[in-house]
Design a protein around this ligand. Structure first.
Ligand code: NAD
Ligand code: UDX
Length: 463
């Protein structure tokens, strides 16, 4: 059996590395248009930071795992072709700001059709709007050389930061399709290391829709607890206590109830907006409005956090140094897509604060690029004032202490474990008074911080 995966990103790379590790008899070829990304997969500095991923890649690479840009050849040689390309929110034309941009998926389907000389199983690994498989099937059969195709939907449920563990021990694997033989071929791959009862099979449309629904439900939980965090701050209740109290109800469960500065990541917002677009397309206005509120609540939470910083710091942060701890959208990843930190930093910059940003895994180039993107207008232009602020009011530093040195405040925006190990007395000594800490992840202990002399502001806790 030979597998090809088109798209060597956060999903394609780790997923295929795990299949190759667990199935030494299967040759896995991961291809991408992006030469730099492929070079990184072939080096010791992988393009994706995930705990445990280096070991998985090292074990399989060169044995039965290959990374290259030879897309046509990889398709031709494979029995099974995974499509794992990006499906971002459209930024132009019909459905701009909501619908998924399916350009890359369609290009893959056409490329598969052109290069296939024998029967192929085509697997949708990307997250796609329900009924995309119909379009993929039509393209394959109309553009092809007369060879036959089976299309399967196999959405990926891994979360970044825990990808290796999620791939090793998934709650379930979902496979949607029409052909029993094709479904069984893919089941056999996963059954090499995953118990059969965890491999769910269904029809194509249920599989496609389950992925959008899972992300919508998860994001909804975060927005729900974040909504309650605002009420906690107004009333004197403590959001962590409320989360504990409701999470012990077995019908609710304890996971995904951590109040925060807002959810980020490449999936939640994109997939909910896609769901909203689909609902509107089918005339389900009330359903669309219901889900859209999850994203609106998240925007409110991010905005509320930066406004609270300004308000608390005597209504001005202009020319004040704020140390920003963490820029990734969650710990244990170098991914910053839709990170709450981007929007909080943008808002503080526009208040003319000076930001000293530290993240253990995110590069200075990435931080500047993200802020330019967040400041850009509809045409992608960044106005002169924003550009000057990004150039002059941001420094990216090498550790927490440099970020805190001579700072008026610290904002904790990612829950990196190392932030808990900091010598807070040393941090306090280096800061202006009052030494404000705005903890967007409820990472820090109030009693310990106050005994050192900090003024701690946490999410969902009044002072
Ligand atoms: P990504 O942007 O990290 O990677 C996608 C890759 O596809 C890029 O390297 C790009 O160069 C490549 N590509 C695009 N068009 C191509 C083409 N025609 N030929 C060859 N390569 C091409 O994206 P990702 O985060 O890996 O996400 C991929 C899909 O998986 C998306 O649909 C996403 O919604 C879904 N997903 C992502 C996650 C996650 O945690 N990131 C989790 C589950 C599902
Ligand atoms: C998510 C889904 O969990 C995963 O199943 C899907 O395949 C891709 O999208 P990911 O975005 O990588 O994964 O991370 P996740 O752990 O879901 O966190 C998303 C965001 O929500 C992060 O910014 C995180 O900090 C935030 N979050 C999560 C909270 O604020 N509170 C929580 O309780 C949980």
């Amino acid at each position: 059996m030979k597998i090809c995966c088109i798209g060597a990103g956060y999903v394609g790379g780790p997923t295929m590395a795990m299949i190759a590790k667990q199935c030494p008899d299967i040759a896995v070829h991961v291809v991408d248009l992006n030469q730099a990304r492929i070079d990184a997969w072939n080096s010791d500095a992988l393009p994706v930071y995930e705990p445990g991923l280096d070991e998985v890649v090292r074990e399989a690479r060169g044995r039965n795992l290959t990374f290259s840009t030879r897309v046509d050849q990889a398709i031709d040689e494979a029995d099974m072709v995974f499509i794992s390309v990006n499906t971002p929110t459209k930024t132009f034309g019909i459905g701009a700001g909501r619908a998924a941009n399916l350009e890359f998926v369609e290009k893959c389907a056409r490329q598969i059709a052109r290069n296939a000389k024998s029967h192929k199983i085509v697997v949708e690994k990307s997250t796609l709007p329900v009924r995309t498989a119909e379009a993929v099937k039509r393209i394959l059969s109309s553009e092809g050389n007369g060879v036959t195709f089976d299309v399967l939907s196999n959405p990926e449920f891994l979360a970044e930061g825990t990808a290796v563990d999620d791939l090793l021990h998934p709650d379930r694997v979902l496979i949607g399709g029409e052909s029993k033989e094709a479904i069984e071929s893919l089941c056999r791959v996963y059954a090499s290391w995953i118990p059969r009862e965890k491999i769910l099979t269904t029809n194509l449309w249920s599989s496609e829709l389950s992925k959008l629904t899972a992300n919508a439900f998860l994001a909804q939980r975060v927005s729900s607890i974040n909504a309650i965090s605002a009420l906690c701050e107004a009333t004197g209740a403590d959001v962590d206590e409320v989360a504990r109290a409701i999470g012990t109800d077995s019908r609710i469960g304890p996971k995904f109830l951590k109040a925060s500065v807002g959810f980020g990541g490449s999936c939640f917002q994109k997939d909910i907006l896609n769901l909203v677009y689909l609902c509107e397309h089918f005339g389900l206005r009330e359903v669309a409005a219901y889900w859209e509120q999850v994203v609106m609540m998240n925007d409110y939470q991010k905005r509320r956090f930066s406004e609270r910083i300004v308000k608390t710091m005597f209504n001005t942060v202009s020319d004040k140094k704020i140390g920003v701890w963490g820029f990734a959208f969650k710990k244990d990843t170098n991914d910053t897509r839709e990170s709450a930190a981007i929007y909080v930093c943008r808002d503080l910059l526009r208040e003319r604060a000076r930001l000293a940003i530290y993240d253990p895994r995110v590069s200075v180039e990435q931080i500047r690029a993200d802020l330019c993107y967040a400041c850009a207008d509809r045409n992608g232009q960044v106005c002169g004032t924003d550009r000057d602020l990004i150039e002059n009011n941001i420094t990216v530093v090498d550790d927490c202490y440099a970020a805190a040195d001579q700072a008026h405040a610290i904002a904790v925006l990612t829950e990196w474990d190392e932030f808990k190990q900091v010598d807070f007395a040393k941090v306090h000594d280096a800061m202006h008074r009052p030494a404000f800490v705005f903890d967007g992840r409820n990472l820090l202990d109030r009693e310990a911080m106050e005994s050192i002399g900090f003024e701690l502001h946490s999410i969902g806790k009044s002072r």
